[in-house]
Ligand binder design. Structure first.
Ligand code: BES
Ligand code: MN
Ligand code: ZN
Length: 496
């Protein structure tokens, strides 16, 4: 789907469909009013059939006085209640309707609405992301493909073409590409999306965008002493990988934006729980346990695709968590790359084991800020549900930046504490500490475990167990938190 910015008027735009907004009580937006006048009041007459709710839609065909083949009217809800949520609902409703319609091109007049105090760039970004979301499909593994969903080839945004908006448009499409990549990697089954597959995807990105890449193999990990990562991978026939992908968009100067960001993503391509085996019900959903890794690849793709002036490394520890004759046993003690020893009391708490070695490894690159992203705990899902990702940080300024980026990207997070009192749960009689605390505060003790490996860095941890994917009928990857990571990096680069 191509996007462009063009000066257009609703009555003369030659498009398969023009998309116009209408508030409740037949309260037309300026563009809709203009189209209505050209159509001699025919739009207003049809409005009786449009429910007032934000996101409801009504299609009109062959309107006299209007050049476009179709008019798609989109409900915006009460004018007094109009804000970010209504805008998002309207974009989503419009996207779904455009998909059903099968129009080849559209002019999207909703984009210039005033959404609270948000800038026009915010509208444009959210319109692009919302439309791409509506058109995302994962049907590559169905033998019978549905009718091509991608009929919509072109969307024009009727705005005056300022450099700033063009830049936003390029950023938004690249972000959508990154989100799509994260979704597709998450949706792929665990027999296809293996650690080697993720490494190949990273190599593809490296080729396409001229990124630096390094992939550590099992032997390299042994030499380095990554005892925790190796313990998780020990029963798996698919060998583990540690991927380091580097994008140098800001050069090597001393400017603040050139300072390195590190994104570290949990890449468990399937989590059986290991010897601490998970129950059978819904175990298939543990293919999404590489979503952190997928979001890192997605964010790097987005940033490289838009040529963002930032330096980022993506560090991805990836393996399967399998039972077997070589599997790690509950009670095994291993030495991590940091030198600290860990008693593995539960092999299902494997995410923190692969992350701790990856975080220690990431420190070698001397990043200014580190964010890890992981589907880490069921406890985080209990605490925050599927709306907010859990945020933990050992630095107040970094926490504030992540919160601000999350707000701008509409990719919400909620901060949870990392207080020393919670560390008590990890004590072990036999090693430096254990890999689990008790059930209480499970998301926090998991973060506290990671905090023991990041004391010298400005570090934030995102627990995306509840937000990276959906279960039930709409089962699938959401692509979160790619929007947040991209926003965060752009803020770091000084973009508003
Ligand atoms: N990948 C899971 C966390 C998870 C659970 C993600 C549900 C998405 C949905 C993680 O590896 C895990 O198994 N965590 C355990 C930790 C426990 C053993 C301390 C959990 O949350 O039960
Ligand atoms: Mn697990
Ligand atoms: Zn896991």
């Amino acid at each position: 789907m191509e996007f462009s910015i063009k000066t257009l008027s609703p009555e003369t735009a030659k498009a398969g469909c023009i998309v116009l907004g209408v508030h409740a009580n037949q309260d037309l937006t300026p563009a809709a009013k203009r189209a209505d006048q050209a159509a001699r009041g025919a739009l207003r007459k049809a409005l009786a059939d449009l429910p007032g709710k934000a996101g409801s839609t009504l299609v009109l065909r062959g309107m006299a006085g209007i050049a476009a083949e179709r008019v798609l009217l989109v409900g915006l809800g009460e004018r007094t209640e109009f804000g970010e949520n209504a805008f998002r609902d309207a974009v989503r409703g419009a996207g779904n309707a455009l998909r059903e319609l099968g129009a080849k091109d559209a002019a999207f007049f909703l984009v210039d609405m005033k959404v609270g105090a948000r800038h026009l760039t915010w509208n444009l970004r959210n319109a692009v992301l919302g439309l791409r979301e509506a058109f995302y499909r994962f049907d590559q593994l169905k033998s019978q493909k549905k009718a091509p969903a991608a009929a919509l080839q072109h969307v024009a945004f009727p705005l005056s073409s300022k450099a700033e908006l063009q830049k936003t448009l390029a950023e938004a499409t690249a972000t959508a590409d990154g989100i799509d990549l994260a979704k597709t990697l998450g949706n792929l089954p665990p027999n296809i999306c293996t650690p080697a597959y993720l490494a190949d995807e990273a190599k593809k990105l490296a080729r396409q965008y001229k990124l630096g890449i390094e992939v550590l193999e099992r032997a390299d990990m042994q030499k380095l002493g990554m005892g925790a990562l190796l313990a998780v991978a020990s029963a798996s026939h698919n060998p583990p990988k540690l991927i380091v992908l580097r994008y140098n968009g800001a050069g090597t100067g001393k400017r603040p934006r050139a300072r390195l960001l590190a994104f570290v993503g949990k890449g468990i391509t399937f989590d059986t729980g290991g010897i601490s085996l998970k129950p059978a019900g819904e175990m298939d959903e543990m293919k999404f346990d590489m979503s952190g890794a997928g979001s890192v690849l997605g964010a790097v793709r987005a940033l490289a695709g838009m040529k963002a002036p930032v330096n980022v490394i993506g560090v991805i520890p990836t393996c399967e968590n399998m039972p077997g004759g070589h599997a790690t046993r509950p009670g095994d003690i291993v030495t991590t790359l940091s030198g600290q020893t860990v008693e593995i009391l539960n092999t299902d708490a494997e995410g923190r084991l692969i992350l701790c070695d990856a975080l220690t490894y990431a420190a070698r690159f001397n990043p200014e800020k580190v964010i890890d992203i992981a589907t880490l705990t069921g406890a985080c899902v209990v605490a925050l549900g599927h709306v907010a990702s859990g945020l933990f940080a050992n630095d107040e300024a970094l926490a504030a930046e992540v919160l601000a980026a999350a707000d701008e990207a509409r990719d919400p997070v909620w901060r949870l504490p990392l207080w020393e009192e919670y560390q008590e749960g990890l004590r072990s009689n036999f090693a430096d500490f254990a890999n689990i605390g008790g059930r209480p505060g499970g998301a926090i003790t998991a973060a506290c475990y990671l905090a023991r490996f990041t004391r010298k860095m400005k570090w934030a941890h995102l627990d995306v167990a509840g937000t990276a994917w959906k279960s039930g009928r709409e089962k699938g990857s959401t692509g979160r938190p790619v929007p947040l990571l991209v926003r965060f990096a752009l803020r770091h680069a000084g973009r508003k």
